[in-house]
Design a protein around this ligand. Structure first.
Ligand SMILES: Nc1ncnc2c1ncn2[C@@H]1O[C@H](COP(=O)(O)OP(=O)(O)OP(=O)(O)O)[C@@H](O)[C@H]1O
Ligand SMILES: [Mg+2]
Length: 465
């Protein structure tokens, strides 16, 4: 079988040997080439979906060139040591498919190979590898939030449960993880409030006095520059929602005033003693360790407890990479419309590169990168050349690290889409003590479908485990 054929062209004998054994155990048909000439002659005779090589040898540059010229070129995986990591990056630019930095677990090697094989097979198929609009399902989107990971689905479910209550919510998560979009989703999910405004206020950027009058309003002459009466944002949000961003940076005396609003829904405008009552849902957000601030007495404990009644942790993108393909698809749609461009596809190789990145700027960073790619693209297919250098370069260190999850969830795009299903099935099976009848009912499928899926994902039943 052609798709099980692999050529090892590695200069180190010991590596050759251990790769050979590993691949044979996984039922690959393995050939070993010891020189550039041998590689060429093996390639004349057989089609190899994957060639495993290192880059210390002078021939890898030449090899990559040779391979690229063939009709359905083998996917080249570079297996290198950390010292050669730089050249691994340049070989990716020259057309290598993936690289692994040693030491690396066997499991990762196998995943990388499976990914490369499916990429190779996909490109033999007539249709494109990642069809936009195919992947998102209704349940993966919630009031403008996109995501199918367990953590996002948990968030959807919390939002749904609290949508028609008055609950105050604290959103916690790194910058760019989507706290603002979650606040908007909650506002939209609240049937009574959504016809009213959602008003936002950043508690960080402005001087304390301005924040106070922005929040609570002021009367004419309350301070220099107060030339007329002015409503604050709490009043503007009446009947709706207020989002207090970066709540951790609110001055301590304003924290006292906010606590009063939380408890009694009342306050006074600056310079006035008339009490104003409002009906507002309060959502606060922070990307700081707020417990630490409480300990350091920089944040009031009573306010913290009030805010923290319902707190939602928004995980960083690197911990929910299952969402990445969907988000990519979503942003491609948004930005191709905005820029009047027709983007049909993105290669699965590009998705794979994206999943290697650490995403310190989270979804905001991803969004910017996709927007840029859409703008730069010329042929309707987003390719890794449409990504900025920094994403291609950053790749490396993750391979070197031990972020197993990355490889596991993304050995290929197909896997990327399947992994959550597999995990979900496993979870349900273990919940019902591996009773398949119960599991099928819980999953809402018949037993045959469950069996088929279990076979597909290689899930062993209780007794086989
Ligand atoms: N789940 C999601 N689905 C769709 N778009 C998202 C999602 N999460 C984030 N985004 C997009 O990513 C960008 C950043 O999100 P957002 O502004 O909500 O982050 P944030 O957590 O409030 O960041 P910060 O702490 O820096 O204010 C926005 O353009 C937003 O539309
Ligand atoms: Mg925000």
């Amino acid at each position: 079988m052609e798709d099980k054929r692999i050529l090892i062209a590695h200069s180190d004998r010991l590596t050759q040997r251990s790769l050979y054994e590993l691949l044979c155990r996984h039922e690959y048909v393995v050939d070993i080439a010891n020189s550039f000439e041998e590689v060429l002659s093996f390639m004349q005779e057989n089609g190899y979906p994957v060639i495993l090589t290192d880059i210390s040898e002078a021939y890898s540059t030449q090899l990559l060139k040779e391979i690229q010229q063939r009709p359905n070129p083998s996917r080249v995986i570079i297996l290198t040591s950390l010292g050669n990591a730089e050249s691994a990056v340049s070989s990716i630019k020259m057309g290598a498919f993936d690289y692994l930095v040693r030491p690396v677990e066997d499991e990762k090697i196998i995943f990388a190979i499976e990914n490369a094989v499916s990429h190779y097979l996909e490109s033999n198929e007539p249709q494109k590898d990642f069809s936009l609009k195919k992947h998102s399902k209704k349940e993966d989107v919630y009031n403008g939030l996109v995501g199918q990971s367990r953590s996002m689905k948990d968030i959807y479910s919390i939002l749904e449960r609290i949508s028609n209550s008055k609950a105050t919510v604290l959103l916690r998560g790194e910058s760019g993880t989507g706290k603002r979009v979650i606040a908007h989703a909650l506002h939209m999910a609240d049937k009574r409030r959504r016809a009213k405004p959602i008003v936002e206020m950043s508690c960080g950027a402005l001087p304390r006095e301005i924040i106070e009058s922005e929040l609570f309003g002021h009367t004419k002459g309350a301070f220099t520059g107060a030339i007329s009466d002015r409503k604050g944002r709490f009043e503007m949000a009446n009947g709706g929602t207020i989002l207090l961003d970066d709540i951790d940076s609110l001055a301590l005396d304003l924290q006292v005033k906010l606590l009063r609003v939380l408890q009694h829904k009342e306050f006074e405008r600056v310079g006035d003693n008339k009490t104003i009552k409002v009906d507002v849902r309060i959502i606060a957000s922070t990307n700081q360790d707020i417990e630490k601030l409480v300990k350091e007495k920089k944040f009031r404990e009573d306010l913290y407890y009030r805010l923290n009644v319902i707190s939602i942790n928004v995980p960083p993108l690197r911990e929910r990479l299952e969402d990445l393909p969907l988000l990519v698809e979503y942003f491609i749609n948004v930005y191709s419309k905005e820029n009047h461009k027709k983007i049909q596809d993105i290669t699965s190789e590009t998705i794979s590169v994206l999943t290697h990145h650490k995403w310190p700027g989270n979804i905001r960073e991803l969004e910017n990168i996709i927007e840029r790619a859409v703008i730069l693209d010329t042929d309707g297919i987003i390719d890794k050349d449409d990504l900025p250098e920094i994403i291609l370069e950053g790749n490396l260190f993750i391979s070197a690290g031990l972020e197993n999850k990355v490889i596991k969830a993304f050995s290929s795009l197909k896997h990327a889409m399947q992994e959550p299903e597999k995990v979900h099935i496993l979870r349900v099976l273990s919940e019902v003590g591996w009773n398949k009848k119960k599991a099928a009912t819980k999953l809402g499928v018949n037993r045959t479908t469950l069996y088929n899926k279990m076979r597909k994902y290689n899930i062993l039943t209780g007794s086989e485990k």
